[in-house]
Design a protein around this ligand. Structure first.
Ligand code: SAM
Length: 281
């Protein structure tokens, strides 16, 4: 017995259902259910929330979320080989686990969930980053989710919480800190996963702010920041040139010296720049 539920150990589940980890799906599984329960606890009180879990795999974190009392879990998993293992968990928690076999980048989860909604995921890093940016850049705010509890490579986690002047500071830091409060809440060594990845991992918890810290249009902010950091060693007047002929004027309007580099520019100043650019278009 696992200790946190009455289901068999994950190693047995993986062997029985033939879920050998596939590199192409970024599969590094968490097998220690005490650890998955600890990660689930980082999402806060789950008893009054629906949880969207992306990439449950054989269900280690899913079991953690349910054992921690989640009202309902919607789990979206691309790999069909995981469906039987997840169905066994659903049978142990009747009515509390819904599983969708699909690509999280294609499925709209909102039709299946009732607010308040929390998101928890241990995803391959490219999918995780793409979803994080999507979750942070909807047109309207607040979003459908209350918090995100996400596993990343430690280096990506550091990019999410980085401050100006730090070499990790960039688009992820700005988008994350603009509309949410991010914090690294756990660090995990490669040995926590099977198979072990090459790098360290970290769990980031982001709480959605009721309103963005500074007004800006999300798509304009995203565009300006992406261009600024795309050539991060260049002065902003050069890096932003592809966005139009009058970017130096917009920089001055926003109180940013055109000779500044993106790495030095605060979130507040980037929002002012996005407002100036949006006002002109
Ligand atoms: N959550 C499990 C755990 O912690 O042991 C599995 C983590 S593993 C790093 C990532 C999981 O995401 C795999 O099960 C993989 O099949 C799944 N996955 C990869 N791309 C996906 C996508 N686009 N949509 C949904 N699931 C995906």
């Amino acid at each position: 017995m696992s200790g946190i539920d009455d289901l068999p150990p994950l190693r047995d589940v993986i062997a029985r259902h033939g879920i050998a980890a596939k590199k192409s799906l970024g599969q590094n599984f968490l097998l220690d259910l005490n650890l998955t329960a600890k990660i689930a606890r980082q999402a806060g009180d789950l008893s009054a929330a629906d949880v969207l879990e992306v990439g449950p795999g054989p269900g280690g974190l899913t079991r953690g979320l349910l054992a921690e009392g989640a009202r309902k879990v919607l789990a979206i998993e691309k790999d069909p080989r995981c469906m039987e293992a997840l169905a066994e968990i659903a049978a142990a928690y009747p009515g509390q686990l819904e599983v969708i076999n699909g690509d999280a980048l294609e499925v709209n989860p909102q039709a299946h969930l009732t607010p308040p909604i929390k998101v928890a995921a241990n995803l391959p890093y490219n999918v995780g980053t793409e979803l994080l940016v999507r979750w942070l850049t909807p047109k309207d705010w607040p979003p459908f989710w209350e918090s995100l509890t996400l596993m990343f490579q430690r280096e990506v986690a550091q990019r999410i919480v980085a401050e100006p002047g730090n070499k990790a500071y960039g688009r992820l830091a700005i988008l994350s800190q603009w509309r949410a409060d991010p914090a690294i809440v756990m660090e995990l060594p490669p040995g926590a996963f099977s198979p072990p990845p090459k790098v360290n991992s970290a769990v980031v918890h982001l709480t959605a702010l009721p309103a963005p810290r500074f007004p800006a249009d999300p798509s304009v902010l995203n565009r300006v920041v992406a261009a600024g950091f795309n050539q991060r060693r260049k002065m902003l007047r050069a890096a932003l040139k592809p966005l139009g002929p009058d970017m130096e004027d917009h920089l001055r309007t926003a109180g940013i010296a055109p000779t500044e580099r993106a790495e030095q520019v605060s979130l507040e100043a980037f929002c002012a720049l996005a407002r100036s650019v949006a006002g002109a278009s």
